[in-house]
Design a protein around this ligand. Structure first.
Ligand code: G3H
Length: 497
């Protein structure tokens, strides 16, 4: 069941262990969770169903290790991250193999995810050295009544224990994008992997183990949400939560978490506005890349095309021609469109398509589904009364709304609860800037599909798309607090002149 190429140290029979105190352990619950292969819809791996006591142990160990890690010189923390980056890239094959099997990511994209994570760690090490080694020096006399006899030194100190919860679609990369900044800033990390993606996450954690991070500083705890989900997010030992995943879960966590910093990325309905003067070939290429890569299961996927009526037929024709070239099949064969994550997800997507067809939308391709594999569809002439105009399918279906004015497009973009990214295609940068200014989303791309990377760019959602800003620099800053020391001197006794 475990498959070839796995790290044997993290296996117990055919069950993957959890990680605490620098060791791989079996849970005393004696219970396991099945990880399905989305392609075969059969159990692929098994992971431990950890108990609340085991979570307590992870957090206690993290607290103790963090105190020492916070005093470990920055250059040593950076060195450890560089070592881990190198090991992760060396071990890209077994980790990518797990991604193929448990989240049905095409092999080439799975390898990219692991390599990108290694690169992210290297940049984080460098960036951390720069921004964490700088503090601020302030003097007291800008305010009336103050002499220049108080000096304030402020610097960045770690928060403590960071709870990292990545999603199934980037279980490695979105875990590393939380762990790297947390660790360089002197924090400890408790990682709660998603069930689909858990084994890839555990392999990735083993690269941190091999890099020699101190015992207890990092732990990875797998388990049933009902048993340990709320227990983790409401635990008094957690000092910050960085979560990427579904909107409902994110909002629920926000309501339950205590007075701690939160970083949340919760999905999107990224609008793609195509003006009459756009390079339609470029727009069509980006609609395909943005809408259908990883079968549309990206929070930054293009999720609604808003095309000016006068060019819509031409654009749709180009998109259809490119869509016809996408390969559909299994992730092992590196197909462009692979099975979506679960049957529940496939059923949800099917519901959206049926709703749109029933209400009069035009499907340019026939509906076809085999298990969790869904053939890509461009859904044209979508109107606001259709669910697909507003909801996030997380699948290979893409609605096109034809607009008469650009204001109509901007209005549609701003009326959605999601506001992660958006994009505009036009040859006029003047127009693009003005439209970008009017679109209320976290990031607007001009003449390109939405995307999170490069990983040092700020990345944030407005409204229900999230809280806080990510990107390496912002994450490091977010995972620190400011500490000041104020030095008080006797008032000067001399006078000028
Ligand atoms: O799914 C959410 C990810 O943050 C999207 O990342 O734009 O690199 O695919 P990406």
């Amino acid at each position: 069941m475990a498959g070839k190429g796995v790290f044997k140290e993290i296996l117990d029979g055919d069950v993957f262990k959890y990680y605490v105190d620098g060791e791989w352990r079996r849970s005393c619950s004696g219970q396991f969770i099945n990880v399905q292969n989305p392609s075969t819809r059969k159990p692929m791996f098994r992971v431990q169903a950890c108990t609340q006591d085991e979570v307590n142990r992870c957090i206690d160990s993290a607290k103790a290790a963090q105190k020492i890690w916070a005093r470990t010189p920055l250059w040593k923390r950076a060195e450890a991250l560089h070592r881990c980056a190198a090991i992760m890239k060396e071990q890209k094959a077994p980790i990518a193999d797990c991604l193929v099997k448990e989240v049905a990511k095409a092999l080439k994209d799975a390898v990219v995810e692991v390599v990108r994570s290694g690169d992210l760690l290297s940049y984080t090490a460098e960036e951390g050295i720069r921004i964490l080694s700088e503090g601020k020096f302030l003097v007291s006399d800008p305010f009336p009544g103050n002499e220049r006899n108080k000096y304030c030194l402020s610097s960045k100190i770690p928060l403590g224990v960071i709870l990292a919860i990545p999603p199934f679609n980037y279980p490695v990369n979105l875990a590393v994008s939380k762990m790297g900044p947390a660790l360089i800033a002197g924090n400890a990390v408790v990682l709660k992997p998603p069930t689909q993606g858990a084994v890839s996450c555990l392999h990735m954690v083993h690269t941190f183990h091999l890099a020699g991070f101190p015992k207890g500083l990092i732990s990875a705890v797998t388990g049933k949400g009902a048993d340990i989900g709320d227990f983790l997010t409401m635990h008094p030992g957690i000092n910050c939560i960085s979560f990427t995943g579904g909107c409902e879960t994110g909002i629920a966590i926000s309501k339950k978490a205590g007075m701690i910093p939160l970083q949340m990325e919760l999905g999107g309905k990224d609008s793609c506005i195509i003006l009459e003067d756009a390079d339609l070939e470029l727009a069509a290429t980006n609609i395909i890349k943005g809408g259908f890569s990883y079968s549309g299961q990206r929070c930054t996927a293009v999720k609604v095309v808003l095309a000016m009526e006068c060019i819509a037929d031409q654009l749709v024709c180009k998109v259809n021609a490119k869509l016809a070239k996408l390969t559909i099949g299994m992730p092992e064969d590196d197909c462009d469109i692979t099975p979506v994550i679960s049957e529940t997800s496939a059923n949800f997507i099917e519901g959206l398509v049926h709703d749109a067809r029933h209400k009069g939308a035009r499907l340019h391709q026939e509906w076809r589904r085999e298990g969790n594999l869904i053939w890509p569809i461009l859904i044209d002439h979508v109107r606001p009364d259709m669910r697909i105009a507003w909801e996030e399918p997380f699948g290979p279906i893409l609605p096109v709304i034809r607009i008469k004015t650009v204001e109509e497009g901007i209005h549609h973009c701003n009326a959605n609860n999601f506001a992660l990214q958006g994009c505009i295609f036009t040859r006029s940068f003047d127009k693009a800037i003005m439209i970008s200014d009017a679109m209320e989303s976290g990031t607007i791309q001009i003449n390109s599909a939405p995307g999170r990377g490069p990983d040092h760019f700020p990345f944030q959602g407005l409204r229900d798309s999230g809280v806080g800003s990510q990107g390496i620099t912002n994450s490091i800053n977010m995972m620190c607090k400011i500490k000041s020391t104020v030095m008080n001197f006797p008032a000067a006794t001399y006078t000028m002149g």
